[in-house]
Write a protein that binds this ligand. Structure first.
Ligand code: DX5
Ligand code: ZN
Length: 236
């Protein structure tokens, strides 16, 4: 269970890239709390997306926080460019290089919120030395690189383990990959409070973005509430 408010962060990877500005505007009007931006380099992950100039252009379309997920290696060289382009939170991969501690220090020094993320095959125990340095841990619930992949259910237990490791700190736990109304409740009950969704938000076009976001939020709210209920007495 988390003390933080629930955040829905639509991933614009699933938006129409020919009209990204309008898509950001529409999804914010539909209730998005943050905008999740997936940056891929064709090296750390087998896909290439967008860079800091696109973020700079999109920044004009909304005041909502940009949640920038860097799937690039090396990463340190590009932090300043994303900070200057208007990122609010910058998340780096544990696996992107040997110096994650330095990377997290650098994001903090740029005055941005600090996020760290782990691939599904990376042990959560690696977070122990850095968990005190971050505002957010992003749990990948797919192998990064593409939208529209199936949710890996072990992510739920990983969220629970990280929430326990946070020991009451108001750490945000975000989940990314295959997230939708069907699993947001379980994730919230385990301690997640921040939900990235690409396909589940952008499916069906702008007229249903609000309904799509609300479905995820409602499921997450139910899950978070269930996590706070006392255990029912056992019938004799
Ligand atoms: C995957 C990205 C995700 C992706 C999620 O590497 O980090 O943010 O866009 O897309 P869906 O919600 O479609 O799985
Ligand atoms: Zn992402």
């Amino acid at each position: 269970m988390s003390a933080n408010s629930l955040v829905i962060s639509p991933s614009i990877l699933a938006a129409d890239f020919s009209r990204l500005g309008e898509e950001v505007r529409d999804v914010v009007q539909a209730g998005a709390d943050w905008i999740h931006m997936d940056v891929m380099d064709g090296h750390f992950v087998p896909n290439i997306t967008i860079g800091p100039d696109v973020l700079k252009g999109l920044r004009r379309w909304t005041d909502r926080p940009f949640d920038v997920h860097l799937m690039i290696s090396p990463v340190d060289l590009y932090l300043e460019a994303f900070a200057k382009a208007g990122a609010d939170l910058i998340t780096a991969h544990m696996e992107a290089g040997p110096h994650i501690h330095r990377t997290l220090q650098a994001i903090r020094a740029l005055g941005k919120k600090v996020g760290v993320t782990l691939n599904p095959g990376t042990s959560v125990s690696l977070l122990e030395p850095v968990i005190g340095m971050v505002d957010l841990v992003l749990v990948m619930s797919v192998n990064p690189g593409f939208g529209g992949q199936a949710f890996i259910p072990e992510a739920v237990d990983r969220v629970r383990a990280i929430r326990a490791m946070a020991r009451g700190k108001a750490l945000r736990i975000e989940v990314d990959g295959g997230v939708g109304a069907e699993n947001a409740g379980l994730l919230a009950a385990a301690g997640a409070d921040t939900f990235v969704a690409g396909s589940a938000v952008f499916k069906g076009g702008a007229s249903v973005y609000a309904a799509n976001i609300e479905a995820i939020r409602a499921a997450a709210r139910q899950g978070a509430k269930a996590a706070t209920l006392p255990e029912l007495p056992v019938e004799a």
